[in-house]
Unconditional design. Sequence first.
Length: 321
Amino acid sequence: MVFVTKPPNENFSYARTSNNVSKLFSGIPLVDLTKPDSKQLIVKACEEYGFFKIINHGVPMDFITRLESEATKFFSMPLSEKEKAGPPNPLGYGNNHIGKNGDVGWVEYLLLTTNTESNSQSSALNDYISAVKKMACEILELMAEGLKIQPRNVLSKLLMDEQSDSCFRLNHYPLCPELQGLSSASARNVIGFGEHTDPQIISVLRSNNTSGLQISLGDGSWISVPPDQNSFFINVGDSLQVLTNGRFQSVRHRVLANGLKSRVSMIYFGGPPLSEKIAPLQSVMNGEEESLYEEFTWFEYKKSACSSRLADNRLGHFERI
Ligand code: GA4
């Protein structure tokens, strides 16, 4: 089974800016969490791309490698064993099919809860999730500081809430036989995970050293993100776009299959409690500024996302005209 798209016009493109003037794309924004300018760089990256890379993140390398080897071990089991952890609705093992509405991709995955009590059988998973959640909260606090909104935990408290509806995903993109032996110039694009935005607030992604992730600049072009197994990549989700009244943009991204090396990624999706009202924070609104969106709860948005296709513009249904 192959899922093909037209080759993209990669890495020569224009990015949107806060004043809507295009400028030449100058690389994936890089944020060093230990540097004092990190909050300004984070705000700029969220406004321009909704995407950036984090170095000096403080997550112990040992937590990462332990979980990666557990993931690799799981995905190398016979299909019949893996299927015992399925189907993936809402959590569990799945392959080739993503969501419930006909999306397909060259991928297998495990969707998990972030609840440490339910995951008590894997200390590697729990250690990793706790450390990545802490980093995600630190980043959300830097965003609040950079946006000059009070209190500084106005965003991070949504993830810290006991009722926070966050989830975790392990993805395995196997070697794609269709692409084996083809140079990247002659290879077609086989879709591993189709283009989409993440519905939550923030996503924290870590992958092994295999390429495949691409982000969209919103002008039809796709930028390949060079893999870096020692860093994390952060995505702004749809909910954060709404909370900032469109100041931050959720990033459209996708993963292409690879003919040379398999890819393993692990993603933490930080979401609010189901009952949380998702609306622009009062403190981000200037003067007479009005909300760009109808009011909805995370429960309502999640429900609507579950009945959509991956590539749909899910926020479109909630935009005020
Ligand atoms: C994208 C982000 C997360 O991986 C996810 C995905 C979810 C799923 O795999 O079941 C969705 C997708 C994601 C958005 C639209 C719907 C739901 C597949 C799909 C077609 C777990 C999530 O929360 O939303």
